[in-house]
Design a protein around this ligand. Structure first.
Ligand code: GLN
Length: 550
């Protein structure tokens, strides 16, 4: 059977959760036995989000093949098993770059190169790249909001695509907002009508409308939306805000049998009954956790929730694994440097230092790590977190008081973290870091080895700097353990400390491989150690009270 296509567009406002909606639809279809692929088109000009500030764009999500992508791809991977690669995220910059390269090569044989048909053809080819043998459904999410100038070529391309592939093989799902107006005391359907009108103006008639709303949409309003938007009533789906967790979204769709509606409209059979008990269980665990643990999160972009999206998700997954609510105490690393680590971390049960770039806030992170090392507070360092832990140990244990990374001080006398030779030649910023999946050999008996339960693992990377091998012996002589390396032993991939309850840092980004149903082993054990610490602290406090009372 021909591969079917689902196009997900958004209207009214941005940030409606198209990524989550797309991931949820794909998840349900996959769990009904179909093979699904997902892809996102981002209408901005950057070739990828790799060079954008996390404030602008949120986290850069890295794939195995080293593609730096939009954070929605994180939802795709957490909700489904669909394999993702660099064909799963295109931007206008990437599309134009390819067209311009072809033009320079002379591929267009003297023609005037234009948005239509050359850019639109390129977009259609990018969609077709995901159609491989055995794939039942390709879901393509169009970023931005209908009506945006920069999105136009994408809408035109998907309109044409449906014509080429056959309308019966394509489904347009449009996500809109039905806002509640307090002053009027009612839900308003007009913005939805207008955004559908906008789509119809460019020749796209949506088949399914997903209406984001704070409150239940009364039947009469649903009928109105159906009527004015020319969509069947049963294809007007309410998606009420979820109070607790994004992981409730697919359950809401499952209850409404959205996957059956979609399959029916595409003329697709659903080979298996829906099996979703594991997902219901994890939402249950989120709803009624048996324990609580508090994690100090010391980073530069803590004010922006999306900047460390996958790390927060992975902490939640670890919480699910332990029946625990993970309370993240976000601490600005610059403020910590002023306030002092002891005060800032007084009430937390564990410390996490995530990835990051440039010098700002580094000293605060190093102070926080010192506090964790000296007090036995469980510590988990990710990428920059590992580099800061190395600097801290070199300065305060190995006696190299001025140790630093050359990223922060080019002339440090002790560059314990530095650039490899191949990185020193690099002049362009975009796409030139150590990116994507690399194997890591683990030291038998180490905490990392115990957590993973494997000798060799693969993790995704995104960084330029590395631990300087020149200092390895000086550090390991003082209790610094290199617990993971590249296969040839040349690159430090993981470290830990002897005699500390749980002090582990990795050069990679394990957060990208964590799933709600399978917490990443390092996150799981870090949260486990933090729960132990909390328990011990409580018991200690109790016995202190008992002694005082006695
Ligand atoms: N800035 C550091 C480097 O480039 C760490 C990067 C990161 O944490 N992702 O090596």
């Amino acid at each position: 059977m021909a591969t079917k296509h689902i196009f997900v567009t958004g209207g009214v406002v941005s940030s409606l959760g198209k990524g989550l909606t797309s991931a949820s639809i794909a998840m349900l279809l996959e769990r009904r036995g179909l093979s699904v692929r997902l892809q996102k088109m981002d209408p901005y000009i950057n070739v990828d989000p790799g060079t954008m500030s996390p404030y602008q764009h949120g986290e850069v999500y890295v794939l195995d093949d080293g593609a730096e992508t939009d954070l929605d791809l994180g939802h795709y991977e957490r909700f489904t098993h669909a394999p993702l690669n660099r064909d799963c995220n295109y931007t206008t910059g990437k599309i134009y770059m390819s067209v311009i390269e072809k033009e320079r090569r002379g591929d267009y044989k003297g023609k005037t190169v234009q948005v239509i048909p050359h850019i639109t053809d390129e977009i259609k080819n990018c969609i077709r790249k995901l159609v491989t043998p055995g794939v039942d459904v390709v879901l393509t999410e169009i970023g931005g909001t209908v009506g945006d100038i920069e999105g136009m070529p994408y809408y035109e391309a998907i309109r044409q695509f449906a014509l080429d592939a056959g309308r019966q093989n394509c489904l347009f799902v449009h996500l809109t907002l039905v806002p509640y107006l307090k002053a009027a005391g009612e839900l308003k359907t007009k913005p939805t009508q207008h955004s559908v009108m906008e789509l119809r103006k460019i020749g796209i008639q949506p088949d399914v409308l997903i209406c984001r709303t704070e409150r239940e949409i009364p039947e009469g309003e649903c009928e109105k939306i159906a009527q004015f938007c020319n969509v069947e009533r049963r294809a007007v789906i309410e998606e009420k805000d979820k109070e607790l967790s994004i992981y409730e979204v697919p359950l809401g769709f499952a209850d409404k049998k959205v996957e059956e509606l979609i399959a029916e409209k595409l003329g697709l059979g659903l080979p298996k009954p829906l099996q979703i008990d594991d997902w219901r269980l994890l939402v249950e665990r989120l709803k009624s956790p048996a324990h609580e643990v508090s994690i100090g999160f010391v980073g530069k972009y803590v004010k922006h929730r999306d900047a460390y999206k996958s790390v927060y998700e992975a902490l939640d997954h670890a919480g699910i694994a332990h029946h625990a609510k993970v309370k993240v105490v976000r601490i600005d690393s610059e403020k910590l440097a002023v306030e002092g680590a002891a005060k800032a971390l007084a009430t937390v049960d564990g410390l996490l230092v995530p990835g990051g770039f440039d010098k700002r806030g580094i000293e605060g992170k190093i102070d926080a790590i010192r506090f964790a090392r000296e007090t036995g507070l469980p510590f988990f360092g990710i990428c920059l977190g590992l580099q800061c832990a190395t600097i801290e140990f070199a300065r305060n244990v190995a006696g190299l008081a001025e140790a630093n990374s050359t990223e922060f001080n080019k002339t440090t006398p002790h560059p314990v973290v530095c650039l490899l030779e191949e990185q020193q030649e690099v002049t362009k910023l975009g796409g030139t870091q150590r990116l994507g999946a690399y194997p890591c050999h683990l030291l038998a008996g180490s905490k990392a080895h115990r957590a993973y339960g494997a000798d060799v693992v693969s993790e995704r990377h995104r960084h330029r700097f590395e631990v300087n091998n020149h200092y390895r012996d000086a550090l390991t002589a003082r209790g610094f353990i290199v617990s993971g390396t590249s296969p040839d032993g040349g690159l430090v991939e993981a470290i830990e400390l002897a005699g500390h309850p749980w002090f582990v840092a990795v050069q990679s980004h394990p957060e990208f491989l964590s799933k709600p149903t399978h917490a990443h082993p390092l996150f799981r054990d870090f949260v486990g150690a933090s729960l132990e610490r909390r328990k011990a602290r409580k018991e200690e406090a109790r016995s202190r009270v008992a002694v005082n009372a006695g």
